[in-house]
Design a protein around this ligand. Structure first.
Ligand SMILES: Nc1nc2c(ncn2[C@@H]2O[C@H](COP(=O)(O)OP(=O)(O)OP(=O)(O)O)[C@@H](O)[C@H]2O)c(=O)[nH]1
Length: 523
């Protein structure tokens, strides 16, 4: 039950990742982790948190996930996770760690084997290389990864490569670095291709960021009308799927357009609404809005307000620098926290293992007769549907044999209860050795045993009964007690569908007892 809901939550979180619905995906991964500690669930959580802009949370989940995936030899999953962490480090401008994670991704991908994991790792390494200013290396890696993604038909990887290559141009544009028309046009083409892939994948997050970045590039190329159209579509997607960063980014493009149109009052009103909507922690978003506010006041000649806005912008930038610096030291400072999380994860897993072990043992005990080690009545009832469904092929119902010790009360009375127990145990062993691998033997209770024999004709089953009866009668029981003799009576009949599947065998046994015992009767 628990494992079913865990598996379902994990699958749902994976599906949310595929569809770019990261708010829901993070909640599903967290819910799954409440049931069981799992490298895959932590890894999904890291991905969702990255997409939601929670970089610290992403890295925290990643640090717990990595050793679990490594322990289980899930190299492809580990490569993906390392790639996600590399991207988180890049977003925090923590390049050395980004490089480390990208290299770990490549190492894990090599262990995983197969071109796809390696191509993803190349893509991550390319992103880091670009950020480090190694443009030629970045292009080479991107091209190698792209060739693999096309050959293997991996549209999500293709999307990532196209989008990342275009993003470098958009990023430079946002940082007010001049870009050539050729660079912007090429980036736009890549994003158009990426957009088609995102649509075919049905991933709303990917579609949204494509629309947004296309609208930013179009603004850079002074194609305002089309830029507005795309920004509005991106904002609608962001609003519909609670992707706040997307929504605010797209609205910021609209504000930019209002400013170009001279609609300054409207632009300032919209900026106010956006600041309220954006979570305080989203510094990048607030900085973008504040940039626009400075621009708006300057445009209207409100230099004092522009100066105030600029000071606020400066304060935000300072906070961002501090946040980035603190994120860089965070991993070191919070080593204890991470360790505690790991210990908790290990303990939860050990607890879950123990509970699973106990459950298995209880399940087993509930079906086993402790005296003989044979199955009990419950075990027989549980295996009956399987036996009967196999009947279809052979068209022959299993034979049931009920076997009962003769005058067992006298044995107990004369030789003691312990000897009686020994007799029952010995009979259990004899039954076990006499039946074929597909046959079932159980102790129904007291001195009564049941055999279920699939794929056997009545005369063969009768012969087995007689062999057993003679074996038991001829056995040297005196090793257990002086003068001890044991015989059995057997009733044999085909298993019947319905409430009392071995009723006919029971009736036959009754006749065997009535006819003088130590004999087999066929029902
Ligand atoms: N030693 C021992 N005796 C048991 C166990 N379970 C049931 N018995 C005894 O088995 C005896 C069964 O007696 P009855 O039902 O009269 O049957 P019987 O003496 O074998 O007579 P028939 O079946 O008519 O031949 C009772 O005395 C029970 O106490 C057990 O686990 N160990």
């Amino acid at each position: 039950m628990e494992s079913t809901s865990f598996d379902a939550l994990l699958a749902a979180s994976r599906e949310s990742a595929r569809l770019g619905q990261h708010g829901a995906g993070a909640a599903q991964a967290e819910e799954a982790l409440r049931l069981r500690s799992s490298g895959e669930a932590f890894s999904l959580l890291a991905l969702h948190r990255l997409r939601l802009g929670n970089l610290k949370g992403c890295l925290a989940a990643g640090r717990v996930a990595a050793p679990l995936l490594q322990r289980d030899g899930l190299w492809a999953e580990l490569a993906t996770l390392e790639g996600v962490q590399a991207v988180a480090c890049l977003q925090a401008e923590w390049l050395p760690q980004g490089l480390m994670h990208a290299r770990s991704a490549a190492a894990a991908a090599e262990k995983a084997g197969g071109g796809l994991a390696q191509a993803w790792a190349d893509c991550r390494l390319a992103q880091v290389s670009h950020q480090l200013g190694e443009m030629a290396r970045a292009s080479e890696l991107f091209e190698r990864a792209e060739a693999v993604s096309v050959t293997l038909g991996a549209p999500d990887l293709q999307f990532s490569i196209l989008h990342n290559r275009a993003w470098f141009v958009v990023d430079a544009l946002l940082s007010q670095l001049p870009q050539t028309v050729e660079q912007m046009t090429l980036a736009l083409q890549r994003l158009e291709r990426a957009q088609k892939l995102a649509e075919s994948l049905g991933n709303v997050h990917s579609q949204g960021i494509c629309l947004l970045n296309r609208s930013r590039l179009l603004m850079g190329l002074d194609n305002a009308a089309q830029s507005q159209e795309l920004a509005r579509r991106a904002a609608a997607l962001g609003h519909e799927h609670a992707l706040t960063q997307l929504f605010v980014g797209a609205q910021a493009v609209c504000v930019e357009w209002m400013l170009r149109q001279g609609q300054v009052a409207e632009a300032l009103d919209t900026l106010q609404d956006l600041s309220t909507a954006l979570p305080e922690a989203d510094l990048i978003g607030h900085i973008e809005l504040q940039h626009l506010r400075v621009k708006a006041h300057r445009q209207r000649g409100e230099f004092e307000q522009a100066l105030n806005a600029f000071e606020a912008l400066h304060a935000l930038s300072l906070r961002q620098t501090k946040a980035r610096a603190s994120l860089q030291t965070w991993a070191v400072l919070h080593q204890d926290e991470v360790e505690a999380e790991r210990t908790r994860a290990r303990r939860a897993e050990a607890d879950a293992d123990r509970m699973r072990g106990l459950a298995r043992q209880w399940e087993l005990e509930a079906h086993i007769d402790p005296l003989t080690g044979l199955g009990n009545r419950r075990a027989m009832q549980a295996s009956l549907p399987g036996l009967l469904s196999a009947v279809g092929a052979s068209r022959q119902p299993p034979m049931a044999v009920i076997l009962d010790l003769d005058h067992f009360k006298k044995i107990n009375d004369r030789h003691g209860h312990d000897v009686g127990d020994q007799v029952l145990r010995t009979i259990g062993q004899m039954l076990r050795t006499c039946i074929r691998p597909g046959d079932l033997a159980a102790r129904l209770g007291g001195e009564e045993f049941l055999l279920l024999l699939p794929d056997v004709k009545a005369d063969q089953a009768f012969a087995l009964c007689e062999r057993l009866r003679n074996l038991i009668a001829a056995h040297d029981w005196s090793v257990l007690a002086d003068g001890l003799q044991v015989t059995i009576s057997l009733g044999l009949a085909a298993v019947e569908a319905g409430e009392a599947p071995w009723n006919a065998a029971d009736q036959a046994l009754y006749r065997a007892k009535a006819a003088g015992r130590n004999r087999t009767e066929l029902g």
